[in-house]
Design a protein around this ligand. Structure first.
Ligand SMILES: *Cc1c(COP(=O)(O)O)cnc(C)c1O
Length: 355
């Protein structure tokens, strides 16, 4: 049976990406060797990483003066790398969920952290508004999409200080104005590639302003100077990322991704809002188009597992909500076809009719 993959991460990849990655595991670029067993300094792999960098620049219209890096360590490594490289005295963060608060915790190891706003009071079901970013901070950090709670900031904030964003779970889902940011980072396993590589887009001139010594591997300048080849980069995830980037380009770029993602999200939210049984957990204006969180209404309490089992008979996998929210979470990343959303919506309607 065809599976409909709604996992939050690692998550669905396009058939194009998986097929081409599988082919390269058997024979990489006509070398007669697997990509798993070649030097990262071979001319064939050098071409891969260079094209991947180029395509990130092209798809996101990265301006001059920025570097695109492919690093190990996951997005969580960036929680410390950002303050290591940028925090002199004080940074500002907003607390919009688990990942945001993990980032805050790491930044506190390096200086003063001002948490401008938090939505913890309502279990992160909304995006705080009306906070003011002070002019005297070294940077302002936010999480554009809160993967666990299903809220999203779908615009590039206008601030007067350097801007840093964790875009792990919504990068490539809309055009962004990179020139507004000093650093954007994103773990690959939500919208790009298998786990193991993190994309970092960094404005070169924001580096070199802190006094502390930075370990070589955690200094962005090391990786800029060496083109992400200071040490062995995550070769296979980078190869897969290149396939996905080519695929995005072929489909029409991030504008087209956004059009598709909006259509999918609209279809599912519409089904939730018109349901007697299900209800969304997030303030409608802050809803994520990547991760849709919903629960059973109180009068249907106790049917969660039955619905998940029922959905699995339709090939639907990965809709169990994160333990800190409960209920259900359907992740609608770029690679998920709208047909899968239709199958989920029909399963919800059928289940509702049977109860
Ligand atoms: C998944 C996720 C992370 C953590 O990524 P790792 O690569 O596992 O460290 C961080 N931030 C956001 C927004 C995420 O969705």
């Amino acid at each position: 049976m065809k599976k409909h993959n709604f996992y939050a991460g690692p998550s669905i990849l396009s058939e194009y990406t998986i097929k081409n990655t599988a082919d390269a595991i058997l024979d990489f670029a006509g070398t007669g060797l697997s990509i798993l067993e070649v030097s990262h300094r071979s001319k064939e792999f050098t071409a891969v990483i260079e094209e991947a960098q180029q395509l990130v620049k092209e798809l996101l219209e990265v301006p001059e003066g920025y570097s695109v890096l492919f690093l190990g360590g996951g997005a969580s490594m960036q929680f410390c790398m950002v303050p290591y490289n940028l925090l002199k005295k004080k940074a500002a963060y907003i607390d919009t969920g688990t990942w945001a608060s993990n980032a805050i915790k790491e930044a506190r190891l390096f200086g003063e952290v001002e948490v401008l706003a938090s939505s913890k009071d309502k279990n992160y079901t909304y995006i705080p508004k009306g906070f003011v970013v002070p002019d005297d901070v070294d940077y302002f950090h936010y999480t554009s999409n809160n993967t666990i709670y299903g809220t999203e900031i779908r615009h590039d904030p206008q601030v007067n200080v350097p801007l840093v964003a964790d875009m792990s779970s919504d990068i490539f889902s809309r055009p962004i104005d990179v020139s507004k940011y000093d650093i954007i980072y994103a773990g690959a396993q939500k919208n790009l590639a298998p786990a193991g590589v993190t994309i970092v887009i960094v404005k070169d001139e924001c580096l070199g302003n802190v006094d502390r010594a930075i370990p070589t591997m955690l200094d962005y300048r090391t990786h800029i100077k060496k083109g992400s080849m200071f040490n062995t980069p995550p070769v296979l995830p980078i190869y897969s990322a290149l396939q996905t980037l080519r695929y995005y380009k072929e489909l029409g770029g991030v504008k087209e991704m956004e059009r598709r993602d909006l259509a999918k999200a609209e279809m599912l939210y519409e089904a939730i809002d018109s349901s007697k049984m299900f209800v969304g957990t997030v303030e409608p204006e802050d809803r994520s188009i990547m991760n849709v969180c919903f629960v059973m209404k109180p009068e249907y309490d106790g049917l969660d597992k039955e619905f998940i089992d029922f959905a699995s008979t339709k090939g639907i996998v990965g809709i169990k909500g994160h333990r800190s929210v409960g209920g259900f979470r359907a992740s609608l990343y770029n690679a998920l076809p709208i047909e899968s959303v239709k199958v989920l919506v029909e399963a919800m309607k059928e289940f509702e009719k049977n109860h």
